[in-house]
Design a binder for this molecule. Structure first.
Ligand code: ATP
Length: 471
């Protein structure tokens, strides 16, 4: 466990030192559980979002994309159930299924059940048990878990005000999940793109939750980005599509470089399903602290469109021309956290070499073995020596051509070994060195990040060479 903790600490330090991720508001000492993506972090994040977007909208002709507003009518959140417990209510939260209840709605567990839980939580002495039995609240969740923490005034939705007056009538919410914006666009997207069921609408966007227990690192934060697909299907076909999307989504992670051994499905038992779900499955990644969810796949039934129809008065059902029948579509949702999955990709790619890698024995070196698609920089162009004008001019010429094709960096600082090392830390797949022979034969040395092998490539062939290997 200690080793895994150390690994996470190392990764967090590495991500800060190399311009990937850092606590927000740093000059003020940081702002707890809010994070900024730095100069390389933003590039990887954009690459991940682009890979997801391409996968959804380009590889599936039955999926279209939108970008909906963060601020929406507060009625949306009433219909979705996010406000149903009321703001002033004192709620208890089940640590297992995360449902919240008014304490008096729940049954009280038997003495036997209480003692069993206390023993499981590590209480041993009679005195200790006595105190716990008398000071905690004892309630039993519908999933079977016992709840012992005192109720809190709680709502996960973050609220603000629109307009100049801060009154109850001006309250709006920062959206708690990206999918609600998709339901609001169901009719518009369907009609404008002439979509027929089965079809999907996807979007990438920020969501906000006033989480009680944020962390570790970017795994759970109060502001985060989601990559969401809502796939609308005929009710009878929902099970089949649920299975389809489970496979498609796990393959996305495998194809982008996460080992199969570090991924698994976690199917939710029926008694632990959220109020809207008929079926639920998480894709989990083996983080240094253990298996944890990176994406949720749900069969949300007709709950969302049905409820929004009721609350808004707008009919969100669908007339199926093929079977000449009207129904409220079922929704298969795949909802991935962008920050969370990015953290998984970074952890997976992180490699440490205690005794050097680039001919600098006994120095710790790092390699970020990202899938090339995700790498923030694709190519680094390096003149062998900094102070030789001929090499500089040629290297600049190459850089100026490549920069329009790939994210390219010019690097002439320090020894070649140090420069390779720097690029390995960024996960740059190729380093191109311009040497004296280049001035004669118009060829450069291309060094691959993973194999460290060097190939001599003609300058005119460089773009093709890199493009071919990028795929
Ligand atoms: P968890 O219980 O692990 O916080 P959840 O089950 O509430 O997650 P969903 O509502 O299904 O999550 O959201 C879909 C995805 O959005 C999650 O799989 C996760 O990747 C991401 N996500 C949810 N909450 C957060 C958060 N607070 N910070 C970062 N990512 C989040």
């Amino acid at each position: 466990m200690k080793k895994e903790q150390n690994k996470m600490e190392k990764i967090v330090a590495f991500l800060k030192d190399n311009g990937f991720i850092n606590l927000s508001s740093e000059p003020y000492g940081g702002f707890s559980s809010s994070y900024d993506y730095g100069v390389y972090g933003v590039e990887i994040k954009n690459n991940l979002k682009q890979a997801w977007w391409n996968e959804m909208t380009k590889h599936h002709e039955d999926i279209v994309g939108i970008d909906s507003a963060i601020l929406m009518s507060p009625r949306v959140w009433e219909a979705s159930g996010h406000l149903s417990a009321g703001f002033a209510d004192e709620l208890v939260e089940c640590k297992s299924c995360h449902k919240r209840f008014k304490a008096d709605e729940l049954e009280i567990p038997s003495l036997e059940e209480k003692i069993k839980k206390l023993k499981k939580d590590g209480a041993v002495g009679i005195n200790e048990m006595d105190i716990e039995l008398n000071t905690k609240i004892w309630k039993k969740c519908s999933c079977g878990e016992l709840i012992t923490d005192l109720p809190k005034k709680f709502n996960i939705m973050m609220k603000t005000f629109v307009g100049p007056i801060e009154s109850d009538t001006n309250v709006v919410y920062l959206r708690g999940e990206a999918c609600q914006g998709i339901y609001m666009n169901f009719l518009w997207a369907k009609n404008s793109a002439r979509m027929k069921i089965p079809f999907g609408i996807c979007q990438i966007g920020k969501a906000f939750r006033n989480e009680i227990t944020p962390g570790p690192f970017t795994f759970r934060t109060r502001e985060f980005e989601q990559m969401d697909l809502q796939f609308f299907v005929k009710p009878d076909d929902a099970d089949q599509w649920f299975e389809f999307w489970k496979q498609a989504r796990i393959n996305f992670y495998i194809n982008l470089g996460i080992s199969k051994d570090h991924l698994r499905f976690h199917d939710h038992p029926q008694n632990k399903l959220a109020h809207y779900a008929k079926k639920a499955c998480d894709i989990e990644y083996l983080f240094p602290w253990g298996w944890s969810e990176i994406e949720g796949i749900h069969n949300r039934s007709d709950w969302d469109l049905g409820n929004h129809s009721k609350f808004s008065g707008t009919d969100l059902s669908y007339f199926d021309q093929e079977i000449k029948e009207k129904y409220t579509p079922y929704i298969i949702e795949t909802s991935a956290g962008c920050d969370r999955t990015l953290l998984a990709f970074l952890i997976e790619a992180f490699n440490e070499f205690e005794n050097g890698r680039n001919n600098e024995a006994n120095n710790v070196e790092y390699l970020l073995k990202l899938n090339y698609q995700l790498s923030p920089v694709k190519v680094a162009v390096m003149p062998l020596l900094k102070n030789k004008e001929g090499l500089q001019v040629k290297a600049r010429e190459i850089y100026n051509t490549l920069k329009f094709e790939f994210n390219t960096k010019f690097d002439d600082n320090g020894s070649i070994g140090k420069r390779y090392r720097r690029q390995d830390e960024l996960g740059t797949p190729w380093c191109i060195t311009v040497d004296f022979d280049t001035l004669e034969d118009n060829c450069v040395t291309v060094r691959n990040r993973d194999t460290m092998l060097q190939a001599r490539v003609k300058i005119v062939d460089l773009i093709n060479y890199i493009k071919t290997h990028l795929c």
